[in-house]
Write a protein that binds this ligand. Sequence first.
Ligand SMILES: C[S@@+](CC[C@H](N)C(=O)[O-])C[C@H]1O[C@@H](n2cnc3c(N)ncnc32)[C@H](O)[C@@H]1O
Length: 205
Amino acid sequence: MRLTDVSRRWGHRPGYIRTLYWMWARIYDLTIGWDRAYRANARMMVEATVEAGDRVLDVGVGTALLAEYGSPIAAEYVGVDISAAMLGRAAHKIVTDEMANVALRWARADTLPFDDDLFDVVVSSFMLPHVERRERTAVLAEMSRVLKPGGRLGLFLARGEVAPLFPTRQELEHHLADAGYVNPRIEDRDDVYRVVVATKPDAPG
Ligand SMILES: C[S@@+](CC[C@H](N)C(=O)[O-])C[C@H]1O[C@@H](n2cnc3c(N)ncnc32)[C@H](O)[C@@H]1O
């Protein structure tokens, strides 16, 4: 059985995710560091969505990679994840003055423990492949629930056309529309990556 078959079959199960990242957490930043395009495109997504003074939620915060770019811009930066090991690595990183506005919390993407309309921006990087295809619209809708009207969603992903665990452009367009987002911008970058920015509609009236 290939690794992608394993991920396809079990990649969404909390036990699998926690075990995978328990093993990977210590060297995660090292492995991601090898890929300059990952960091560059993640940063580009953050800078395209986060504005000065924003309250930001990062779903699947991992080792707080996006927070390195977002927290200096944002007023408040909250990261959630289901891997205690990854949150532990993130906690090591945020004990600096530059990241004093970052808070971390254990939480699942499908049941975010926050009030409606709370955040200016929700960002998420490489978390969506861990969500079953049929659950992806619901998870994006849950992100929209905690966004303020007019708030922005930023996703950093691989292209499903070349990396089958990820959504294709067509699937993404459907997920975003069904979850109620408008004005989606989907940009393919560096062969394999994809940056998505979309908006929660303003409240009527
Ligand atoms: C590939 S890592 C990406 C981490 C970070 N966003 C980055 O780009 O470096 C995926 C992260 O999503 C988290 N994750 C997976 N499924 C999740 C879920 N349902 N709710 C919250 N976090 C989840 C994992 O624990 C892991 O830390």
